[in-house]
Design a protein around this ligand. Structure first.
Ligand SMILES: Nc1nc2c(ncn2[C@@H]2O[C@H](COP(=O)(O)OP(=O)(O)OP(=O)(O)O)[C@@H](O)[C@H]2O)c(=O)[nH]1
Ligand SMILES: [Mg+2]
Length: 202
């Protein structure tokens, strides 16, 4: 089974995206594996509504370990299975909290094992007057890594919060060599494009 990792800065919308994407492809309940490490894995069955309440938050660093689920994506001739994995947010530099550092190390370790990387960027945090500063080192490093992986795509999230498309246009200029899909994880906009991207690689 192919593995798909959702990665990006804290609060970018990774968890909400995973859950709303599962809902978009027709699920009402999910079975999530909370992977603390290889020997310590908790499994919880939740309705998607419960999962959103429990796992997504307006406060950063909500996700503290890899959270994975298996999705069966309907395609023309039946269904295709994929392991989709949500990760804890990455920041520039070294965080003071050891738990956060451990979680970030786990996220980085998951990159190598993944076939598809969905790199989530919060468009509402992009300042067109300071694109480099507002993106930060993490997004640039991930975008560099993206050149080594065929299944890499940037998801420009929170398009619903933008009054103008300027942040998206600046992001596209900055990462011209990469495919960028504008989405709203909240309103499920752009999900059909994400589904096509993922399905082409299954
Ligand atoms: N308006 C809007 N809000 C969003 C969107 N996606 C996520 N959010 C909100 O952004 C906040 C963070 O969402 P999460 O999905 O928890 O973010 P995360 O990337 O998993 O964050 P960490 O687990 O801390 O790394 C929540 O309050 C979400 O409701 C979106 O497309 N539009
Ligand atoms: Mg999260």
């Amino acid at each position: 089974m192919k593995k798909c990792l959702i990665i990006g800065k804290p609060n970018a919308g990774k968890t909400l995206f995973m859950l709303n994407f599962a809902e978009y492809i027709g699920l009402t309940d999910v079975e999530i594996k909370f992977i603390q490490n290889k020997r310590n894995v908790d499994i919880k069955k939740l309705s998607i509504e419960e999962a959103k309440q429990l796992l997504s938050s307006n406060k950063p660093y909500k996700t503290t370990c890899l959270q994975s689920m298996t999705l069966e994506i309907p395609v023309l001739k039946g269904k295709k299975e994929i392991g989709i994995m949500d990760s804890s947010g990455l920041i520039d530099g070294i965080h003071q909290d050891v738990q956060v550092r451990r979680a970030m190390a786990q996220t980085l370790g998951a990159i190598e094992e993944s076939d598809i990387i969905l790199h989530m960027i919060d468009l509402s945090k992009i300042n067109p007057d300071n694109i480099i500063g507002s993106l930060g080192e993490v997004d640039y490093q991930l975008s560099k890594y993206g050149f080594t992986k065929e299944g890499y795509v940037i998801l420009g999230n929170k398009i619903d919060l933008l009054e103008r498309k300027t942040p998206l246009i600046y992001l596209q200029k900055e990462f011209q060599e990469h495919y960028i899909i504008p989405i709203s994880a909240l309103n499920k906009n752009g999900f059909s494009e994400v589904k096509s991207f993922v399905c082409r690689r299954l």
